[in-house]
Write a protein that binds this ligand. Structure first.
Ligand SMILES: [Zn+2]
Length: 76
C-alpha cells in the first residue's frame, strides 16, 4: 500500500488517516479529497485536505469509531 497520506501537511489529519489505515481501511488519493473505504465495503467517506472546521479531524475520528465494522486491533 502506498502511504502518500503519511506526508499530509496537517499533523492532525495525518494521524486521522493513520487511524483509518490501522483499522484496515483503504485510503484512496483522488485529486481533492482522500477517500476512506472500510474493510466490509459498506462504509466510506471523504476526508478533506484543508477543512475549515477546527473539529473536523475529531469528528471524523468519532465517525470512524461509530462504524459497526470498526475494530481497534485490525490491520496492525
Ligand atoms: Zn464497514
Amino acid at each position: 500500500m502506498v502511504r502518500y497520506w503519511k506526508k499530509h501537511p496537517k499533523k492532525e489529519l495525518e494521524a486521522l488517516l493513520g487511524e483509518f489505515a490501522d483499522a484496515g481501511w483503504t485510503i484512496d488519493d483522488p485529486p481533492k479529497y482522500y477517500r476512506v473505504r472500510c474493510p466490509c465495503g459498506d462504509h466510506m467517506r471523504w476526508i478533506h485536505l484543508t477543512p475549515s472546521d477546527p473539529n473536523y479531524g475529531k469528528n471524523a475520528l468519532q465517525w470512524l469509531y461509530r462504524q459497526t465494522c470498526y475494530t481497534e486491533s485490525e490491520g496492525s
